[in-house]
Ligand binder design. Structure first.
Ligand code: NI
Ligand code: MN
Length: 220
């Protein structure tokens, strides 16, 4: 059983049978955070899509407190400097593969944004999740769908900094995940959106699941 819990904004806890992967843990200062940074006690890996504060968030603090390894673009460890976790707690990768780490496989994908950006893939227990990070629409999302067949695509729909529902709907069609869950909306005034406007745009080949921060989705 693989469970996704939306912690608000672009933050997710992905629970595999033996491994917990936290993605983009922006909790401190996040008006929609479902938990506090200090509530995260059980985590193995922290995947970070880019170095903007609403994604890097509490990653260094949680890693230092729990020993969880940070997975992201290799420049992140240099950026952390002496205030970050120790070198052995960074897995500095680059885009373009899915690599096995024990029970799970993780990888970084292209994204179109700023801040040394990427998307992330995480796979385990026969399920694959694609978290697009902050991104514009780009055509190679089709390849991500064809290569990795994600069961779930987590897509930003807030607009202003990322895709809005119009672009995210095209992304959802190209990726063709069994389930698509919108994120990165409603946290701040510029990214107010009604996710129900996204649902009919996304078409028939994916099922749109709309969560509230704090809610869980068990991948069927
Ligand atoms: Ni960003
Ligand atoms: Mn963002």
């Amino acid at each position: 059983m693989v469970t996704l819990r939306w912690l608000g904004h672009a933050a997710w806890m992905v629970s595999f049978s033996k491994t917990k992967v936290l993605i983009d843990p922006f909790l401190t200062g996040n008006p929609k955070a479902a938990v506090k940074e200090s509530d995260i006690t059980d985590v193995d890996y922290i995947m970070v899509t880019h170095n903007h504060g609403d994604h890097l968030g509490d990653a260094f603090t949680i890693s230092k407190r729990t020993g969880a390894k940070i997975v992201g673009m290799f420049e992140l460890s240099a950026m952390a400097g002496e205030h970050g976790p120790s070198e052995e707690n960074f897995i500095g990768m680059n885009k373009g593969n899915l690599t096995k780490f024990g029970e799970v496989s993780m990888g970084l994908t292209a994204a179109v944004h700023s801040g040394n950006e990427c998307g992330v893939l995480v796979s385990g227990d026969g399920k694959t999740i694609y978290h697009a990070g902050d991104t514009a629409l780009f055509g190679d999302m089709k390849l991500i769908g064809e290569l990795y067949h994600p069961d779930v695509a987590l897509l930003p729909i807030g607009g202003y900094f990322t895709m809005s529902p119009r672009e995210a709907a095209v992304a959802a069609k190209m990726i063709g995940a069994r389930y698509t869950i919108p994120m990165h909306f409603g946290t701040f005034p510029p990214i107010e959106q009604d996710p129900e406007h996204f649902r009919p745009l996304a078409g028939e080949n994916t099922r749109v699941e709309i969560l509230e921060p704090g809610e869980e989705f068990v991948i069927p």
